[in-house]
Design a binder for this molecule. Structure first.
Ligand code: AMP
Length: 141
């Protein structure tokens, strides 16, 4: 297993070195909008503790992370009037991972609407800001 490298983009977001459309933070995790959403409201849930992916994650950190994934999923379903929520998590390049800090994708789904490609097209920042605000409001309820 390759060692964790803290120069990855999510580590920089966690340290506040680069901006994100952040919707949630607690002692263990943050959540922010994916800049190349596969559907409206596509959000990433990222633990504060360093691990490359699920394979090297501390099991204790996972017990603190999954409730945040659930919280964001429930709020995203409401905020985006979704029929369902897809949760995806990739491990290593062969599986499609491109950023090497553990994260869960939370993607609102509308019946009959296919997902856009993974890491496809950059969304307009104004759209991401509006979606983040919707999700923040649902998370605050
Ligand atoms: P993966 O590592 O394959 O699970 O996917 C990484 C995800 O991060 C992709 O869906 C990208 O669109 C997303 N992404 C990459 N850079 C950023 C960024 N600066 N802010 C938010 N999302 C990002």
């Amino acid at each position: 297993m390759t060692a964790y490298d803290d120069s990855n983009i999510f580590a920089k977001i966690l340290r506040g070195e680069i901006p994100s459309h952040r919707v949630y933070e607690d002692d263990h995790a943050i959540a922010f909008m994916d800049v190349m959403p596969q559907a409206a409201g596509h959000t990433l849930v990222v633990p504060k503790s360093p691990s490359r992916n699920l394979l090297d994650a501390d099991p204790q950190a996972l017990t603190q992370l999954i409730p945040v994934v659930q919280k964001v999923a429930v709020a995203a379903k409401e905020a985006f009037a979704a029929d369902g929520i897809t949760v995806i998590q990739f491990n290593e390049p062969a599986a499609g991972q491109t950023v090497y800090h553990l994260h869960f994708h939370v993607i609102p789904r509308i019946e009959g609407v296919a997902l856009k490609p993974h890491s496809g097209t950059m969304e307009d920042p104004a759209v991401l800001a509006a979606h983040a605000e919707k999700l923040r409001r649902a998370l605050a309820r």
